[in-house]
Design a protein around this ligand. Structure first.
Ligand code: UDP
Length: 381
């Protein structure tokens, strides 16, 4: 970053820690811009809710893990709100409470380009910017079943990860030239070759010689992580376990207090997810778009054990339909899927190949080049 350089173009990324995926996408693009255009940009991330949301919106990052614990209510809310007219009503009613804070945000963070990686940022920020404004780009961080709120018609460009997301954008009234399919941006290290897995495991202090099951419940340790870990550990399969509880401190404490019958490591929120994925053989996770895309780039087949209704339904059909993983919504099918892959290595290898087919290792860099153009940067390096 070049905070002191007055000549650098400035790009502001709007995100929020409602889950872990929005932050990861913004960080991946920032990393790509720094690789492709070293020293050319002043890059800043703003948590739109935590830093600028009026009460109670400023509690969104803290409330999100509680809200998604009620998946049926979440699914219903998703369904009822998922349409252009509903999106307009929601954003219009939020405007009176958001107005002052959004104007403050713009004043505090003058930019040459504003990029949002969160579906709730576009409407209030575009309204606060008014007509004489800098370019605004939306980057959709859901994969397939994408909410109407992502598709604000006044955004200059909307970058989407998949063809179904592109079609949804058109359904929501965006013009074809306003939408570009690139892929979901992930950190560069997910896309490096796995190299010597045993060496990586040794460096991480993991047990050697047994295939590793990596268990992740998104940034917040969501889904039946504990029961699934128990079932895998009790299965008698020759495996070791690495469990990521994310920001769920209570879950982490409970998992650490247990005695595990197979080699097991428990972590809270980790920053080394690329190495964790590249050192593992199987990923068991909820159907989060960020985690799935990272696993595809790392060539790591996935067993999806839960999903957020509505929002993540399409992720399950995408992974399963392409052969990159299986849907196993209870602990017993998770164990069964692991057993099949252990006993039928060719099936496992086919799933690895499917992941590699779906990988979009250049997505973050391609997005970096698009943003550079919109920010009026020098020609690409
Ligand atoms: N993540 C991480 N460390 C952790 C747990 C999760 O960096 O300990 C990252 C993970 O790699 C992914 C994001 O958090 O980039 C989770 O995003 P996803 O879209 O899968 O799910 P969400 O948490 O947004 O529902």
């Amino acid at each position: 970053m070049n905070q002191n350089d007055q000549h650098c173009k400035k790009i502001v990324f709007l995100f929020s820690d409602t889950g872990g995926g929005h932050r990861s996408a913004a960080e991946a693009i920032i990393e790509a811009l720094e690789i492709e255009f070293p020293g050319c940009f002043n890059l800043e991330m703003v948590d739109i809710f935590k830093e600028y949301g009026p009460v109670p919106l400023n509690y969104m990052p803290d409330l999100y893990p509680q809200m998604v614990k009620l998946p049926h209510a979440w699914g219903l809310g998703y369904k009822l709100s998922n349409g252009h007219p509903q999106a307009r009503v929601m954003t219009a009613s939020a405007w009176p409470v958001m107005r002052k804070a959004m104007r403050q945000l713009i004043q505090d963070h003058p930019a040459d380009l504003i990029v949002s990686v969160h579906p709730l940022a576009a409407a209030p920020v575009l309204k606060a910017l008014g007509h004489e404004r800098v370019p605004f780009i939306n980057i959709v961080t859901d994969l397939v079943t994408t909410h109407a709120l992502w598709y604000h018609r006044q955004a200059d460009l909307c970058i989407v990860p998949t063809q179904p997301a592109y079609e949804r954008a058109l359904q929501c009234g965006l013009r074809p030239e306003q939408v570009q399919v690139v892929g979901l941006p992930v950190a560069d290290r997910f896309c490096q070759p796995a190299g010597d897995r045993e060496q990586l495991r040794q460096r991480l202090g993991w047990s050697q010689g047994l295939p590793v099951v990596l268990l992740v419940g998104g940034g917040e340790g969501m889904g039946p992580l504990e029961q699934t870990a128990e079932a895998v550990a009790a299965s008698g399969l020759p495996l070791s376990l690495v469990i990521i509880a994310g920001r769920n401190q209570a879950l982490k404490a409970r998992l650490e207090a247990r005695r595990w019958p197979i080699p097991t490591r428990v972590y809270g929120f980790v920053r080394e997810m690329p190495d964790f994925m590249r050192a593992s053989d199987f990923l068991v996770t909820k159907a989060g778009p960020g985690t799935i895309s990272e696993a595809m780039n790392a060539g790591l087949p996935v067993i999806l054990y839960s999903r957020l209704p509505g929002q993540e339904d399409g992720n399950v059909s995408y992974v399963v339909g392409e052969g990159a993983g299986v849907w196993a919504p209870r602990p017993a099918p998770v164990v069964q899927a692991l057993r099949s892959w252990l006993e039928e290595p060719h099936q496992y290898q086919e799933a690895v190949a499917a992941c590699q087919r779906l990988a979009r290792p250049q997505a973050a860099r391609e997005i970096g080049h698009i943003l550079a153009k919109w920010a009026g940067a020098p020609a690409s390096q």
